[in-house]
Write a protein that binds this ligand. Sequence first.
Ligand SMILES: Nc1nc2c(ncn2[C@@H]2O[C@H](COP(=O)(O)OP(=O)(O)OP(=O)(O)O)[C@@H](O)[C@H]2O)c(=O)[nH]1
Ligand SMILES: [K+]
Ligand SMILES: [Mg+2]
Length: 366
Amino acid sequence: MGVVEKIKEIEEEMARTQKNKATEYHLGLLKAKLARYRAQLLEPVGKSGGGGTGFEVQKSGDARVALIGFPSVGKSTLLSKCTHTTSEAAAYEFTTLTAIPGVLEYEGARIQLLDLPGIVEGASQGRGRGRQVVSTAKTADLILIMLDATKSDEQRHLLEIELDAVGIRLNKKKPDVVFKRKTTGGITLTTTVKLTRTDERTIRTILASYKLHNCDVMIREDITTDEFIDVLIGTRKYIPCIYVYNKIDAISLEQVDRLARQDHTVVISAEQDLNLDYLIERIWADLGLVKVYTKKRGAHPDLADPICLRTGATIEGVCNGIHRSLTTNFRYALVWGKSSKFAPHAQKVGLNHPVQDDDVVSIFTK
Ligand SMILES: Nc1nc2c(ncn2[C@@H]2O[C@H](COP(=O)(O)OP(=O)(O)OP(=O)(O)O)[C@@H](O)[C@H]2O)c(=O)[nH]1
Ligand SMILES: [K+]
Ligand SMILES: [Mg+2]
């Protein structure tokens, strides 16, 4: 039996099994099995297969945002509106056949916006170019799931399933679980909270099914069985996502209102230029970018031209944001703001010092 059939068999068994306390443990086992087979499905077949790889577009700018959606929802129209790049848009499906990058400039940030081919149901299982598209989504710092507001709401769920199947977890934090493999000593399982959505027996069964007989597991959050499996698999990507409903010019105000009230959702019309400024604001906010102001010795900080960096960026990033040569000639930096441990006074720091939003930085060179 091939992997696809095995997956189908497990899914059928799971559908047949009633969900209750008595079956929780058996279902956990099935889920673990399912996750293993799914992972196999995504492994590249042979050397030339490359099933798991995305499009080869160089990352550039401060962050990457990927446009994911069914054909003809308006992805290319949006790219052409928000960037200086033109991506062909047309009324027929699969107009876009490859990844097209554009640059979105906002608040001193240069954000790479990636237009991608439309995907169909089953994309993650290798149908069409879909697998390449969902693999590219994995490289994004933010995913825009683009939906046609005139079409049924089911599209949203179908896309989530495709992204979930390649290990992308949307708008979720990594589960707070510490997992350490060991060579001996058996399993030490500690929990710092009461587990209400899974239980120790299920966790132990899953560990056994992965042949993990020696490890430390510390669970610090009320996780589900699925989340525990994600931790074991370890390659999950936790990516923020905005659901973008396009073509609101073609639906009633009541419908627009209903869509706009959903979480993580922005409603737009790419063609009619409706609400695009708000979408860009939301993209910037959800990327969690950090703005840093530079200051020359004896002068006031330059508030007009901040440097934009990713959360977690360091002084080295600030240097590169000003000029490449600064890193080579770097002596030390002074920082004022949240990242200074002597705030409100400055701290003298090196290249590895992480900066925070609204910091002011002075660089001193040789
Ligand atoms: N009514 C309306 N139509 C739109 C809007 N945005 C795009 N369209 C139309 O939708 C069709 C598809 O647009 P595209 O930008 O090619 O869509 P796409 O998602 O890139 O399509 P593929 O590349 O084929 O996947 C075109 O006929 C556009 O004119 C909008 O805001 N309102
Ligand atoms: K199209
Ligand atoms: Mg397109």
